[in-house]
Ligand binder design. Structure first.
Ligand SMILES: Cc1cc2nc3c(=O)[nH]c(=O)nc-3n(C[C@H](O)[C@H](O)[C@H](O)COP(=O)(O)O)c2cc1C
Length: 145
C-alpha cells in the first residue's frame, strides 16, 4: 500500500526562484533515496504538497517539513492508504509561475495548464483530489472552507 499525505502551508516571506530551488534540491535528493514521490506547488505565498511512499518514511519526512522555518501554519489536509502512486515518475514535481517574469497571459496559461493537469488526476484518491482542490484554491485565490 502507498501512503499519501497532502498539506498546505503559508510561506514566511514571498519565495523567489532561488528559495524554491533550495527546497527542491534537498527534496529531490532526499525523496529519491526514500522512494518518496509527490508534487509541490507554490503560488502567491502558499504551498501545497502531496507526498507518497512508505507510511513511516512519509510521516517522518512530514515531521521534518513541519518544523521548517521557511513556512508556517502547516495544515494536514488529507492522508490515506492507496493501491498505487499518482506521481510515480516525479520524485518531486514542481510548478513555478514565477520562473520567468510572467505576463498576464502567461499566468492565465499556467493556471489553465495546471487546472487541466488536475482534471487528469486519479479521481479515486481522496488525498490526491484534496491536493488538486487546494492547488485550485491557491491558484484561483478562492476561499474554499
Ligand atoms: C514547503 C516545503 C516543502 C518541502 N518539501 C521537502 C521534501 O519533499 N523533501 C525533503 O527532503 N525536504 C523538503 N523540505 C525541506 C525540509 O524541511 C528540510 O529543510 C530538508 O529536508 C533538510 O534537508 P537538507 O539537510 O538536505 O537541506 C521542504 C520544505 C518546505 C518549506
Amino acid at each position: 500500500m502507498i501512503y499519501k499525505l497532502t498539506y498546505e502551508s503559508n510561506a514566511k516571506t514571498p519565495f523567489d526562484t532561488n528559495g524554491v530551488n533550495e527546497i527542491l534540491a534537498s527534496a529531490r535528493n532526499h525523496n529519491k533515496s526514500m522512494n518518496i514521490t509527490g508534487c509541490l506547488v507554490y503560488h502567491n505565498g502558499s504551498f501545497v504538497q502531496i507526498l507518497e511512499g512508505e507510511r513511516e518514511q512519509v510521516r517522518s519526512l512530514f515531521k521534518v517539513i513541519k518544523k521548517d522555518p521557511r513556512h508556517s501554519k502547516v495544515r494536514l489536509v488529507s492522508e490515506e492508504l492507496d493501491d498505487e502512486r499518482s506521481f510515480s515518475d516525479w520524485n518531486m514535481a514542481y510548478f513555478d509561475p514565477g520562473v520567468h517574469s510572467l505576463s498576464k497571459s502567461d499566468l492565465q496559461n499556467f493556471e489553465k495548464n495546471i487546472l487541466m493537469l488536475a482534471d487528469f488526476s486519479d479521481k479515486l484518491s481522496t488525498t490526491v483530489n484534496m491536493f488538486w482542490l487546494n492547488v485550485r484554491k491557491i491558484i484561483l485565490n478562492l476561499k474554499i472552507a
